[in-house]
Write a protein that binds this ligand. Structure first.
Ligand code: C2O
Ligand code: CU
Length: 487
């Protein structure tokens, strides 16, 4: 009797193990990505409660045809050559970097609003290939520089020409979107500034914070760079964070205005002081002040890295314990065509989670979007002209700077509290652990657009999805065999 019972139990346990292994094996198998695949074949189409676009309705627009103006003389023309180069930080430290034109950050590109911009990318020697994405510039889809979605990565010895009209004004940046988690970290990026036709600043600087080999830098300087500027000069500083995690900046010695976030001017900013500015990974904050007779320090918080104006040999005072700048209540409200009371055509949920599972066959703790592990993530399908509402919730204990390509979103609320100051437009929104944002955008730029975390390591680990316009298809493919690896 006893042995019978044991045998039976053994049989049940054995069968359970077989079922469990089979189930895990199936999940593993399901998670694997083919050698090449089209982004359109993955994910589950989510229509946000709106109309399901009739198939065939203006179908057959290829991403490859959604180009900027191909004809006409460019107003601003650049060539950027990507190559491996060792660069030297101010302290003398050498970094084996990937560079545009031999430097990192690459050349600061400045154009004027309305310019037809033409940039030729040459890849000298970067074996895995290169592209250029114009982060925050809402370019036509084929100029967006995403390997395997809007173009093929440019192999060594080849080139690609980007042409687009600079319609916005503000602070943006460019970076490779091929193996971006490695290429951007190693230096393939630069500042891209679109100036208004008349600028009133005596000094206008873009300052990119970046970590090279674990060392914090500002424009590749790992110490304080000092400048003399005549008192009375109007200064505009464009603070960029090209890392994946948030950076905080302090401003000591002057009151200042926060002029713009993510390349979009704020309405009626008022002077503040002793407020720390947090810049999302990939985000930008523009500030302005008039130079006083006394010194000013702009520093990366908790580092000895920054910019000192008229400081001579003076050492920086200890930072005042300061408040965190909050864009949600800064500046004055203004009318915009898109707000909380708009009639939305689609409402999407984008909930970020973290759980054990397989990503492309690898076991581990994985990021999830609406519960699914990449590629089992949603695709937000929209139609041109739609007003789109997205609720972004972060159910993890990490911060995720969420970046939508090709559009700016208006931030409507955070944790249920409506934005009360200036209209706040973002392209890279720092979503802290446990936070929940409501944002809105107008679908006015047809294409297939990445929507991902700009902690590019997270993106490579599956925190990536797409916003897809109905009827648009891409001929490009992602995967090893295609040599396109956007993240
Ligand atoms: Cu800064 Cu998907 O990009
Ligand atoms: Cu993230």
């Amino acid at each position: 009797m006893k042995t019978h019972a044991l045998q039976a139990l053994g049989g049940v346990v054995g069968a359970a193990i077989v079922v469990l292994l089979g189930w895990v094996g199936w999940i593993w198998h399901e998670s694997r990505l083919p050698d090449t695949y089209n982004v359109m074949d993955y994910g589950s189409h989510d229509y946000g409660g709106g109309d399901v676009p009739a198939s065939g309705h203006h179908a057959g627009i290829s991403v490859a045809d959604l180009r900027g103006p191909r004809a006409g003389a460019a107003d601003a023309k650049f060539t950027l050559t990507a190559r491996t180069e060792s660069i030297r930080l101010a302290s003398g430290r050498q970094v084996e970097a990937l560079t545009f034109d031999g430097i990192s950050p690459g050349p600061e590109l400045r154009v004027q609003q309305g310019d037809l911009v033409e940039v030729t990318l040459l890849n000298d020697d970067i074996p895995q290939g290169v592209t250029i994405h114009w982060h925050g510039v809402d370019v036509p889809n084929a100029e967006d520089g995403v390997a395997g979605v809007t173009q093929n990565a440019v192999p060594p010895g080849q080139r690609y020409v980007y042409r687009f009209r600079a319609e916005q004004v503000g602070t943006f940046w460019y970076h490779s979107h091929q193996v971006s988690s490695r290429e951007v970290r190693r230096g393939l990026f630069g500042a891209f500034v679109i100036e208004p036709t008349r600028s009133t600043y005596g000094l206008d600087l873009a300052l990119a914070a970046h970590t090279f080999d674990g060392v914090a830098t500002l424009n590749a300087n790992d110490g304080f760079q000092s400048r003399r500027v005549s008192p009375g000069t109007r200064v505009r500083l464009r603070l960029l964070n090209t890392d994946g995690t948030p950076r905080r900046f302090t401003v000591q010695g002057t009151r200042f205005l926060v002029l713009a976030l993510d390349g979009t001017d704020l309405n009626e900013p008022s002077p503040i002081e002793n407020e720390t500015l947090e810049v999302a990974g990939g985000g930008r904050v523009d500030i302005a002040f008039t130079v006083p007779r006394t010194p000013i320090w702009i520093s990366i918080a908790e580092t000895e890295v920054g910019l000192a104006l008229n400081a001579g040999g003076l050492t920086r005072p200890l930072a005042d314990s300061s408040d965190e700048f909050d864009p949600a209540g800064y500046g004055k409200p203004a009318e915009t065509p898109l707000g909380a009371s708009s009639r939305f055509d689609r409402r999407f949920e984008l909930t970020i989670g973290h759980r054990p599972g397989f990503l492309d066959g690898r076991p581990g703790l994985q990021w999830t979007i609406n519960g699914g592990i990449f590629p089992h993530v949603p695709v937000f399908v929209v139609e041109e002209g739609d007003l789109v509402h997205v609720t972004i919730a972060n159910d993890t204990d990490a911060v995720h700077p969420m970046h939508l390509h090709g559009h700016h979103v208006r931030v409507l609320s955070r944790d249920g509290v409506p934005v009360s100051g200036s209209p706040w437009w973002a392209d890279t929104l720092n979503v802290e652990a446990g936070e929940r944002y409501e944002v809105a955008f107008r679908a006015d730029n047809p294409g297939i657009w990445m929507d991902h975390c700009h902690n590019l390591r997270h993106a490579a680990d599956g925190l990536t999805m797409h916003v897809m316009y109905a009827g648009v298809a891409t001929p490009f493919k992602i995967g090893d065999a295609a040599n396109n690896e956007p993240e």
